[in-house]
Write a protein that binds this ligand. Structure first.
Ligand SMILES: NC(=O)c1ccc[n+]([C@@H]2O[C@H](COP(=O)([O-])OP(=O)(O)OC[C@H]3O[C@@H](n4cnc5c(N)ncnc54)[C@H](OP(=O)(O)O)[C@@H]3O)[C@@H](O)[C@H]2O)c1
Length: 237
């Protein structure tokens, strides 16, 4: 529990310093329906946050039982990829990696026309470029996203996400996407959001490793992490 609090504090500190500390805009509630594809911790947090804001949500996941908690909270369970795509104009994808998107949605690709696909899964810029071309080939619009907080902080004031792709599409959906995390637009090239995401994760991971290593170093001299961490926090703030 204490470790989780420390992790959250560190993540908030990094989010503040990297995300300029701007408060999330006060986004108006939208009633447009949203489909969330992928129900790992992140997809469930996104679906739950949208439901908290009274957004109608349809969810779709390879393992149907993982939808149980969000369905109990008010989401509608899609029974197929076709059903999931039919249910909403905005389709948020949150999967382990980019190939999973094709595994799930390729069989229903003819239902992509007219949809806005927002992929917030981790991946490489090249994977995002290929995914955008695939979506456009099927008549959809595509935004690449990189969310910069862990699942428990989705919807928090410190949460932000990088987006790239057509600016007008983000503008059209920023009220809804802003319920999850403050949108930070980084350019039209679909790969850019993941470039920013990976660069900041690089910084985050090295900071985490550096902090752990420094704490171990201090411990080797008998100084406990509790004594050392306030100084580490000051340095990172
Ligand atoms: N969790 C976080 O705090 C966090 C923070 C920032 C970014 N992200 C990124 O957000 C994305 C989702 O995060 P997560 O923690 O929810 O990840 P996760 O637990 O790895 O996501 C699992 C989801 O991907 C699905 N999936 C995996 N391989 C699949 C395949 N081949 N075909 C169909 N579905 C497949 C799983 O379906 P099943 O349920 O059927 O296995 C499940 O819905 C990841 O790309 C992650 O890097 C996560």
């Amino acid at each position: 529990m204490r470790a989780l609090r420390l992790e959250k504090a560190l993540l908030r500190s990094v989010a503040r310093s990297l995300g300029h500390g701007l408060p999330k805009a006060n986004h108006a509630c939208t009633t447009a329906s949203v489909t969330v594809v992928g129900l790992g911790p992140m997809g469930r947090a996104m679906a739950g946050t949208l439901l908290d804001h009274a957004v109608p949500v349809t969810v779709f996941n390879r393992t149907a039982s993982r939808a149980d908690t969000v369905v109990a909270a008010g989401a509608r369970r899609a029974t197929s990829a076709e059903d999931a795509l039919y249910a909403a104009d905005l389709v948020i994808v949150s999967l382990t990696h980019y190939p999973a998107m094709y595994d799930l949605l390729e069989p229903a690709a003819d239902r992509l026309a007219g949809k806005v696909l927002v992929n917030l899964s981790s991946g490489t810029p090249r994977e995002a470029e290929r995914a955008a071309a695939w979506a456009v080939r099927h008549g959809a619009e595509f935004l690449t996203g990189g969310i910069m907080v862990p699942a428990p902080l989705v919807g928090d004031d410190t949460a932000y996400a990088f987006y790239s792709g057509p600016r007008a599409v983000l503008d059209r959906w920023s009220d809804t996407l802003g319920l999850l995390a403050r949108p930070e637009y980084v350019g039209a090239d679909p790969g850019l959001a993941l470039l920013w995401y990976q660069a900041l994760l690089d910084l985050f991971m090295t900071t985490l490793v550096g902090t752990s290593h420094a704490a171990a170093l201090m411990k080797s001299a008998g100084v406990q992490a509790e004594t050392f961490l306030p100084y580490a926090s000051d340095l990172l703030a």
